[in-house]
Each structure stands twice: as structure tokens, then as C-alpha cells.
Ligand binder design. Sequence first.
Ligand code: 4NP
Length: 169
Amino acid sequence: MPYKLLFVCLGNICRSPAAENLMNHLIQQESLAGEIACDSAGTSSYHIGSPPDRRMTAAAHERGIPMHGCARQFTTSDFEEFDLILAMDRDNYADICRLDPTGKYRDKVRLMCEFCTHHTLKEVPDPYYGGQKGFDQVLDLLTDACQGLLGYVASVKNDRHQSSCLDSH
Ligand code: 4NP
């Protein structure tokens, strides 16, 4: 069973599809296809059905990262479906948590920047109303966070494997 990651931002056209496609790129590079599965969603309904933002796609292509996808809205069934839900900023985090009023899934929801090991920013800034520089900054941050996340998932999968080996003895 792959470990399932869901990246979430507001519109699902800039930050979260960039995170999803960057992570898929790293997964391919590390030959981990089948081990980790990625998807993305937006907390809003603003851009449902739209492809990733043209400016984000251009910035990603500059780095050799193909961008695929079609925006969808986060739904409560995602809490069960995914192992880890990565919010790009604190507003996204709060909007996701509001859909889980009992806090049942709170441990699954994390801020993406928690996984950065080089950058100190705590949130992935919304680049939508800014210039091209903002999109490059988002990709710098996401590259750092995705690398950290890859290490985290590898360790969780290893722990799960160890405990399933112990269970079978
Ligand atoms: P995203 O960026 O949350 O990274 O996809 C945005 C996209 C659209 C809007 C805001 C942020 N908007 O207001 O339409």
C-alpha cells in the first residue's frame, strides 16, 4: 500500500499542485513509484476544474518539473483517504481543521514548512497576486520541504514495516 500524501492550498492552482508535481518528480528520481502516492486539493471552490496557474507551470518547467492536474476542493472524505495532509499556510490549516470539529484527524494535518531543513519560513506564501519572483520562492521552499518529507515518509514506512514484522512473529 502506498503512503498517501495530500497537499492543500487555497485555490489548488499554484502551491499545492506545485508541491504534488515536485514530490512526484522526486519520487521518480528516487525510484519510489508505488511507495508514495500524491494528490492535491484546495480549501476553496474558486478554481475547481482548472489546470495549474500558467505562471507556476512556467516556473516549474524552468526547473524541469512537468505540471499536471486539475483543481478540486478538499472534502471530509480526504481525512480517511490520506495518511498525511500538508497545509501550505496557517489559513489552509485552520480551514482543514474546521472540517474536523472533533479533532479525530488532527495528527494527520501538518504545515508543509515543518518539513523544511534549510528554510526558516513557517508558511508557503500565496504567490497569486504577486510577481514571478513569488513563484520561484514557492518552488525553492517546496523543494526543501518535499526533500524533508521524503525522508520523513521513508522513516514512517520503515517503522510500519518493522512493527508488521514484529506482529507476524
Ligand atoms: P493557491 O493560490 O492557493 O496557491 O492555489 C491562489 C490561487 C487563487 C486565489 C488565491 C490563491 N484566488 O484568490 O483566486
